[in-house]
Design a protein. Structure first.
Length: 259
């Protein structure tokens, strides 16, 4: 009976506690991104990162992650990037066509192989650059891969909610005033529910990417390392975790459904 009560209390505590994963996307895309993520991990609240294995700076990023296992590392599936120009989204670069199922599957497996070579083990989680896995056929392919690997896929793991509001632009690339600020991040933290939540971010310590999202990365880094943010997390009784040390890590699942 005592054991039963103890287990019940432990489960109730896990359900009521707020666990927060602060995951930095684009790790390995450039030295500036690497520097920002590393600093946000050392001096701020970043606990996990998603690695882009196709870029030369991925070697530097994976070397840091191997030496600092407290930063859990997932695969940021990279199939291209679009930018909003002259009223329309146009490709900045394209890796493979997004409608060819066979080519998509081969490219994902290739990126997983590179991840293994860089890290010596598989990823702790999966997501994709510019969230292209929210659309078919990539959605189904990545759900199947995540299920086979037994790891969470962003938006499709019911046990981990996702918050993408810490982002300084609209969908068309217009600036969003006040979002990338200390007060803005604290407001997001105030809305974190009980259970496990992933907060996405994109810090950098220099603007060395040809992309729409540049100066905002520098401001994200400042905010993620601000002492008021850390104090707010403590005051709200939020526990920072990585994908590797969640309390119910073995129970995480990926299900086929709407995000």
């Amino acid at each position: 009976m005592l054991a039963h009560v103890s287990n019940g209390a432990r489960v109730a505590s896990m359900v009521s506690t707020k666990y927060l994963i602060v995951n930095a996307d684009d790790f390995g895309q450039s030295s500036g991104v690497n520097g920002g993520i590393i600093r946000a991990h050392r001096c701020g609240i970043v606990t996990s990162a998603s690695l882009m294995v196709r870029w030369p700076a991925s070697a530097e990023a994976s070397a840091y992650a191997r030496e600092h296992p407290s930063l859990s590392l997932g695969l940021h599936v990279d199939l291209g990037e679009k930018v909003f120009r002259a009223g329309d989204w146009v490709p900045l670069y394209t890796v493979v066509p997004l409608q060819d199922t066979t080519v998509l599957r081969d490219e994902i497996l290739s990126q997983l192989d590179v991840f293994h070579r860089l890290m010596g083990h598989g990823p702790s989680h999966l997501d994709s650059h510019q969230h292209v896995h929210l659309r078919e056929p990539l959605r189904t392919i990545l759900i199947e891969v995540a299920q086979q690997l037994g790891i969470p896929l962003r938006h499709y793991c019911p046990e981990i909610g996702y918050r993408g509001g810490f982002y300084g632009q609209t969908a068309e690339g217009a600036p969003l005033a006040g979002v990338i600020s200390v007060d803005g991040l604290i407001h997001i933290l105030e809305t974190v529910p009980a259970g496990c939540t992933e907060l996405g971010c994109h810090p950098a310590d220099q603007c060395d990417l040809d992309t729409m999202y540049r100066q905002e990365r520098l401001e994200e880094l400042r905010v993620l390392c601000h002492p008021r943010v850390r104090a707010a997390i403590t005051a709200m009784s939020i526990e920072l975790r990585s994908f590797a040390n969640l309390p119910n890590r073995r129970e995480l699942s990926v299900r086929h459904g709407s995000p």
